[in-house]
Ligand binder design. Sequence first.
Ligand SMILES: Cc1cc2nc3c(=O)[nH]c(=O)nc-3n(C[C@H](O)[C@H](O)[C@H](O)COP(=O)(O)OP(=O)(O)OC[C@H]3O[C@@H](n4cnc5c(N)ncnc54)[C@H](O)[C@@H]3O)c2cc1C
Length: 472
Amino acid sequence: MIRSWSRDIVVLGGGLSGLRAASEAAVQGASVTLLEKQDQIGGSSALSAGMYWTAPDLASYRQRIPHGDQVLATRILAGYEADLAAIRASGVYVDAEATLGVMGFGRGYSFDVKSYLRVLENRLLQSHGEVHTSVRIRSVTPSGTRRFCLETESADGRHEIHTDAIILATGGFQASPEHRAAHMPEAGADLLLRANEGSEGDGLNLAVSLGAALAGDLATFYGHLVPHPVAGFTPDRFMLFSQYYSNHGILVAADGRRICEESRGDEILNQDLAEVDGMTAFLIFDEEVRSTFGVSEPFANFGRVDRFAFAVKGGARHAQAETLEELVQQLGELGVDAAQLTKTLSGDVEVSSLARRVSRSEPPSARQLEKLRKQPFYALEVQPAITFTLGGIAIDDSTAVLSTVGERIEGVYAVGADVGGFSNYGYAGGLAPAHITGTIAGSTAARFVTQARANTAQRLVVAAAKEGQTSC
Ligand SMILES: Cc1cc2nc3c(=O)[nH]c(=O)nc-3n(C[C@H](O)[C@H](O)[C@H](O)COP(=O)(O)OP(=O)(O)OC[C@H]3O[C@@H](n4cnc5c(N)ncnc54)[C@H](O)[C@@H]3O)c2cc1C
């Protein structure tokens, strides 16, 4: 038997953005059901390093992400302080401001993200909201009593939820090889997933089925270089295997040439390598880099680890030698064009022919070679990994989903990594935008359903009056 019930708002996805939106709307008086596809809430948010960060101001945002959505960025940056204060006020641990620029330019604070997710869930439950896990959405159709009818499926059978508003918080489409193949034809379906397994583009599919427009470049994504090959790439090791320091080395393809300018950051190199034939390259660096950036914490409380040693233990192809000449010889034995690599190390900056598809990249500079100074020297084979997609659903600055003709689709909102265009090749954070869009969507949707309720009541009064009855 299909059980049917009615709620003001349904939130799809139980990561930071969904939990923030759901709890905010529930606290403001809306009846809210949060549905999570996996058997537990948390999504990639619960796997993350917990750095709440973004661009310090709009000028730095524009410089870093010239093709980003500036209207959305203005709104997200404006919400940064208030949302940080809200996290602090919840009582969870928030560290002092990070002293080194996050990802080279951002400002941010490490916080206890797992405890905070529990705080938000409790807040939702205490405000009479509900959380259901292991639930699949079968269809979304117009409802006879409210705006939408969601047909869901879970272990206890099929259900219908009638609702006036849906908040899409499903975390992007990186876990779907089909979506990746469609939107990232150069990177292909073979990218290694460095994220939760539930974010398969369900929010995007649903939004498109309701007439939504897409925003940002759907081929761009956030992630980090990881060793190749890599054994035991499990969520607890995602960060240990990430080569955050790659901007201090050079990245060389099998033809012995570099693929791009490495100093722009690991999250950029990661995308560039995804467009190189074979999707692997050797990261070459010196002892100075290995013993400093290669072991240090990218953020406070992150944990120190010798990333080269950890990668070697994980099965990565690698080389280590007292001189660059010996390193070249070892890489030659691993299949790299040794004669060309010698020229590359002497200053030849012609881009690898294997990187002919790389579209947004900057050409290599000779300056970067100056970083190879102190022996011994190291080479680590790396591959790209995807954490979340940067293109996605188009929204306005109230998080309302926009149609292909630029109009709001009434009652549909998108948040977090489902939203496209805030980051776009350049990257300005995941948790802070997820939290801030969640805050905005929770309030906007709560206001919308209050209005929808008032309109329904008004319609009933008018209908009753027409029939000569008094309203109940
Ligand atoms: C290892 C790692 C480290 C990171 N570190 C940082 C960091 O320090 N700072 C930072 O800013 N960002 C970081 N990020 C990125 C950040 O975690 C994400 O940008 C952010 O968590 C996105 O939040 P979200 O709520 O949009 O998605 P998620 O937290 O991924 O939640 C989406 C949820 O939706 C669920 N879902 C999918 N489809 C459906 C459906 N049809 N119905 C119901 N539920 C569905 C998924 O199962 C998932 O639980 C990191 C990510 C990883 C993986």
